[in-house]
Ligand binder design. Structure first.
Ligand code: G1P
Length: 303
């Protein structure tokens, strides 16, 4: 099976983000920050660390700020230069993709994740690629995609998915895989299902938002009708490919925060701030004071 290098990554960022209204009314939810880095920047960092050279964003209406974020901001740069704020300038420079490294296309209708990925088919063309869902923030060293790419090269290649165990009462929010033969922290996948009910879920190992896929998935997607939730699902396209290509799950080392919901985003922000090399100590003190004021218990007001 193909072990061609993984050079391109797709970032599906067309979702409406209704769970974050009103914050996400005028700005995309992917621009919500963990401390000072937007979610989308965090996943682009992860892709870069894994050696990705081309970043393909599948956007929608109201998402043009994402394009601006990955462009130069000349006015701001010139003000920072005049003021001698070289540290801020360096920070912007470090994050800026090289010219031609980004592409943007639009998902014109909200027809599901599979459809969003299919919208990028001409930009990816005929080579294996990665998909990173910016809702899922992985704190991992090395990064989650890097861990997947390592397994891709060590094993038979093909399709490789990040998986993790979740509590059984959460399986119906995700795609779920059936593990077959384990080898260290990865295994061949013998089945998968999208958003199963808890009592029929084949395992509690969920597909956690990082994929390495072969380009043949685009053909499956183009023939696909809607599945779970009335949407075109990437999981269904993968199921169709399963007899023809290898699929492997990697139980990667790290912690995932589902920043598609408020508690996930808050938790990721707190953990990130606690570990931060500049602000960590100050934040730990601030948080200790909050807990002390609450009498050592994390309860509040009339609770
Ligand atoms: C999508 C995928 C699902 C996966 C999840 C991870 O679901 O369809 O298989 O487990 O992302 O976040 P969505 O979040 O679009 O409902």
């Amino acid at each position: 099976m193909s072990k061609r290098p993984i050079r391109k990554a797709i970032f599906p960022v067309a979702g409406l983000g209704t769970r974050f209204l009103p914050a996400s009314k005028a700005i995309p939810k992917e621009m919500l920050p963990i401390l000072d880095r937007p979610l989308i920047q965090t996943v682009v960092d992860e892709a870069r660390e894994a050696g990705i050279e081309h970043f393909v964003f599948v956007t929608g209406r109201n998402k043009s700020v994402i394009e601006d974020h990955f462009d130069r901001q000349y006015e701001l740069e010139s003000i920072l230069r005049k003021r001698g704020q070289s540290a801020s300038l360096e920070l912007l420079e470090k994050d800026l993709p090289a010219p031609g490294q980004t592409s943007f296309t639009r998902q014109q209708e909200p027809l599901g994740l599979g459809h969003a990925i299919w919208c990028a088919r001409h930009l990816v063309a005929n080579e294996p690629f990665a998909v990173l869902l910016p809702d899922m923030i992985m704190m991992a060293k090395p990064g989650c995609l890097k861990q997947l790419i390592d397994v891709y090269h060590e094993s038979e290649g093909g399709n490789v998915l990040a998986v993790e165990e979740v509590a059984w009462d959460r399986v119906d929010r995700y795609g779920v895989v059936v593990p077959d033969v384990w080898q260290d922290n990865h295994f061949s996948i013998s089945g998968m299902v999208e958003k199963p009910k808890r009592d029929v879920a084949p395992s509690n190992l969920i597909i956690s938002g990082r994929y390495i896929l072969q380009p043949e998935v685009f053909t499956e997607l183009s023939q696909q009708s809607s599945g779970a939730g009335g949407e075109i699902q990437i999981t269904d396209a993968m199921i169709h490919l399963m007899g023809k290509q290898p699929f492997r799950g990697v139980k990667y080392v790290g912690t995932t925060y589902d920043c598609g919901d408020k508690i996930g985003l808050l938790s990721a922000s707190v953990v990130h701030a606690l570990q931060h090399e500049t602000f960590g100590l100050e934040f730990r003190n601030a948080l200790s004071n909050i807990v002390k004021k609450a009498g050592g218990k994390l309860t509040w007001g009339g609770e």
